[in-house]
Design a binder for this molecule. Structure first.
Ligand code: NAI
Ligand code: MG
Length: 352
C-alpha cells in the first residue's frame, strides 16, 4: 500500500497541510482507500512533545514512506536553541540528508490571473514557465568547515563528487526532455574548480540527450537574466548554494510566496512542501494561502505516484479559482474579496 507520511510541523503548517490532504483525497476519489495517510510530529511541536525536532519515529516513518508531505517548521519560540537542535536544521536538513533527497525541483510559473500582483512588469512576466533544479545534499553547505582563533579566521569548503554532479545533471536533462528541451546549467566555471568539473560533466552528458539544447551561464549573469528576461528559461540546473539564492529570486517571478510549490526527490521517492516557512505572523488565524501546499501535493501525485492526470486536475483547479477572482490575503489587491485558508480550499474542491 503506498504510504504518505504527513508532517504538518509548525505555525501555518498545521493549517495548510490538512487542507492539502482534503484536496488529495478528493482527487483520489475511490482510490483513496489504496493509500495510507499517517501523521507524524516534526519541528517545534515535536520538541515540545518529545524533546527532539526530528523524532526517530518520524525519520523512520519517512524512510519507509513513498512520499512525505511537509508543512513548515520553526518559529520564534525555538530560535534561542543552539543551531543543531533547531527545527530548521535538525528537522529540515535531517530529512533532506537522511533520505538523500538530492534533487530539489521548483516550478516557477506566472499564472495570467496573478500577473498584476507582481512587482515586475507584465511584459516581462507574461508567459514565464520554468523549472529550477537545485542540488540539495552537497556543495558548500555540507563541506568541511571550521574556525581558527589566531589569526581569527573561518572556512567552508565546496566539494562535489562526479557522482553527485552527474545525478543532478541527469535530472536536469530528463526534465528538459519532457518540457521545452532547453537546459541551462548555471555555474561559476571562471573561478571555481567544482564548477569546472560540473561543466565538463554537463558537456559529456549532453551527448546522451541530443534533443536537449544545453547552455551554460555563470551564476552572476544568471541572476541578472532571471530579472531581465525570465522567459528565456525552460529548465535551470545548478549546485546547492547557487540554487538556494536563485530559487528565492525566481520565486518572485511567480507572484507570491504563497504560490510556490517544491519537490525534493531521490528517484521517485520525494518530500513535498511549500517554499515558504511557518509564517508565525499569521499562524492560527485561517489567513494562510494553502495553494503552494496544494500544488506541492499535485507534484507528489505526479513524481512519486505517476498520477499525471490527477496532478493536472489539481493544477487546473487552482488556476480556475484564481481566474474566478478568489484570493487569500497575500494575493489580494484593494477591493478584492479575501478568503481564508479553509474557504480557499473549499473553492478548489468545488472546481474539482
Ligand atoms: P515565512 O515564509 O514563514 O514568511 C515570510 C512572509 O510571508 C510572512 O509575512 C508570512 O506571513 C508570509 N507568508 C508565508 N507563507 C504564506 C502563505 N502560505 N500565505 C500567506 N502569507 C504567507 O518566512 P519567515 O517569516 O522568514 O520565517 C518564519 C519561520 O519559518 C522561521 O522560523 C523560519 O526559520 C521558518 N522557515 C521554515 C521553512 C521550512 O520549513 N521549509 C522555510 C523558511 C522559513
Ligand atoms: Mg533559501
Amino acid at each position: 500500500m503506498p504510504k504518505i507520511a504527513v508532517l504538518p510541523g509548525d505555525g501555518i503548517g498545521q493549517e495548510i497541510i490538512p487542507q492539502a490532504v482534503r484536496v488529495i483525497k478528493a482527487v483520489l476519489g475511490t482510490k483513496e482507500a489504496e493509500f495510507e495517510f499517517k501523521e507524524y510530529l516534526v519541528g517545534g511541536v515535536a520538541i515540545e512533545s518529545v524533546g527532539k525536532a526530528l523524532p526517530d519515529e518520524t525519520l523512520r516513518a519517512c524512510q519507509e514512506a513513498d512520499a512525505v508531505l511537509l508543512g513548515a517548521v520553526g518559529g520564534p519560540k525555538w530560535d534561542h536553541l543552539p543551531s543543531p537542535e533547531r527545527p530548521e536544521t535538525a528537522a529540515l536538513l535531517g530529512l533532506r540528508k537522511g533520505l538523500n533527497f538530492y534533487a530539489n525541483i521548483r516550478p516557477v510559473r506566472m499564472l495570467p490571473s496573478l500577473i498584476s500582483t507582481s512587482t515586475l512588469k507584465e511584459e516581462v512576466l507574461d508567459g514565464v514557465d520554468m523549472v529550477v533544479i537545485r542540488e540539495l545534499t552537497g556543495g558548500v553547505y555540507f563541506g568541511e568547515k571550521g574556525r581558527s582563533d589566531n589569526p581569527r579566521a573561518a572556512y567552508d569548503t565546496m566539494s562535489y563528487s562526479e557522482e553527485e554532479i552527474r545525478r543532478i545533471l541527469i535530472k536536469g536533462f530528463e526534465t528538459a526532455q519532457i518540457r521545452g528541451k532547453k537546459l541551462c546549467s548555471v555555474d561559476k566555471a571562471n573561478v571555481l574548480e567544482t564548477s569546472r568539473l560540473w561543466r565538463e560533466i554537463a558537456i559529456e552528458l549532453a551527448k546522451d540527450y541530443p534533443e536537449v539544447e544545453l547552455t551554460h551561464l555563470l551564476v552572476d549573469n544568471a541572476a541578472m537574466q532571471l530579472v531581465r528576461n525570465p522567459k528565456q528559461f525552460d529548465v535551470i540546473v545548478t549546485e546547492n548554494m547557487f540554487g538556494d539564492i536563485l530559487t528565492d529570486l525566481a520565486s518572485m517571478l511567480g507572484g507570491s510566496i504563497g504560490m510556490l510549490s517544491s519537490a525534493s526527490l531521490n528517484g521517485t521517492k520525494g518530500m513535498y512542501e511549500p517554499a515558504h516557512g511557518s509564517a508565525p505572523d499569521i499562524a492560527g488565524k485561517n489567513l494562510a494561502n494553502p495553494l503552494a501546499t496544494i500544488l506541492s501535493a499535485a507534484l507528489m501525485l505526479r513524481y512519486t505516484f505517476a498520477m499525471d492526470e490527477e496532478a493536472a486536475r489539481i493544477e487546473a483547479a487552482v488556476e480556475k479559482v484564481l481566474e474566478q477572482g478568489y484570493r487569500t490575503g497575500d494575493l489580494a489587491r484593494p477591493g478584492d474579496k479575501v478568503l481564508g485558508t479553509v474557504e480557499m480550499t473549499d473553492a478548489v474542491l468545488a472546481v474539482l
